[in-house]
Design a protein around this ligand. Structure first.
Ligand code: ADP
Ligand code: MG
Length: 245
């Protein structure tokens, strides 16, 4: 896709002690692009996500967002975090807040919106993920799939320029996976820039512009989904695909 790069990692390396978890990572994600990241457990997918919104320090290389290097701290870093939403495997909703409050809270605290405006916007977003009728419930009253859709609405409430998903459906019962993927497919169609770590190959085939395959901290393949799934080049990818497909 010939579009403006929104996320750019250049020669990124990161270690945990002796362990080299990210190796010479070069990755560009364009505005509106959907990149699915797959690979074996421990290959560095979560670390890569966390690097993009600077939940992790790196040892060498550069990460840029929207044409600027990632800020190290302070208000600029808070602003970056608001622009790069993150959705985790565990939904991390506030248990003692209603669904509506969960979506409104950061809008008031970080975006400095008035409560009325925040709640109005939250209701719009809850409608978009099919949960408006549940606005006044508490997370425990919802299914896992519904909670994850609230988490997505909460991320969207910050009006992010990009969304990172780290195995958003891995903790869900099988019958709830599709309702979350459908919200994600719709976001992709709407042109949201997305980096998605997932084992859902159907989503990758249908919605990804590129598939990035990682192994041992490195990017081994970075290609269009159809090419990757029909003719993986590396032995690592062939082996991985033979186990999951
Ligand atoms: P993935 O998401 O692909 O399963 P991770 O990014 O979570 O991989 O982990 C990559 C490697 O880094 C693994 O070997 C993991 O054990 C290690 N690792 C992850 N987080 C930490 C940490 N906080 N401290 C030490 N090692 C870690
Ligand atoms: Mg992970």
């Amino acid at each position: 896709m010939a579009v403006d790069p929104l996320i750019e990692l250049r020669d990124v390396n990161k270690y945990y002690g002796e362990l080299h978890v990210l190796r010479d990572i070069n990755l560009t994600v364009g505005t509106g692009e959907v990149v699915v990241v797959i690979g074996p457990s421990g290959s560095g997918k979560s670390t890569l996500c966390r690097t993009i919104n600077r939940l992790e320090d790196i040892h060498s290389g550069t990460v840029a967002f929207d044409g600027r290097p990632l800020p190290a701290e302070g208000r600029a870093l808070a602003r970056l975090r608001a622009e790069v939403g993150m959705v985790f495997q565990s939904f991390n909703l506030f248990a003692h807040r209603t669904v509506l409050q969960n979506v409104s809270l950061a809008q008031v605290k970080v975006r400095r919106r008035g409560r009325g405006e925040a709640d109005r916007r939250s209701r719009e977003l809850l409608d978009r993920v099919g949960l408006l009728a549940h606005a006044d419930k508490y997370p425990v009253q919802l299914s896992g799939g519904q909670q994850q859709r609230v988490a997505i609405a909460r991320a969207l409430a910050m009006e992010p320029k990009a969304l990172l998903f780290d195995e958003p459906t891995s903790a869900l019962d099988p019958e709830m996976i599709n309702e979350v993927l459908e919200v994600m497919r719709q976001l992709a169609r709407d042109g949201m820039t997305m980096v998605v770590v997932t084992h859902e190959m159907g989503f990758a085939r249908a919605s990804a512009h590129r598939v990035v395959f990682m192994a041992d901290g490195g990017i081994v393949e970075d290609r269009a989904p159809e090419e990757f799934f029909t003719s993986p080049r590396s032995e690592r990818a062939k082996d991985f695909l033979s186990k999951i497909l």
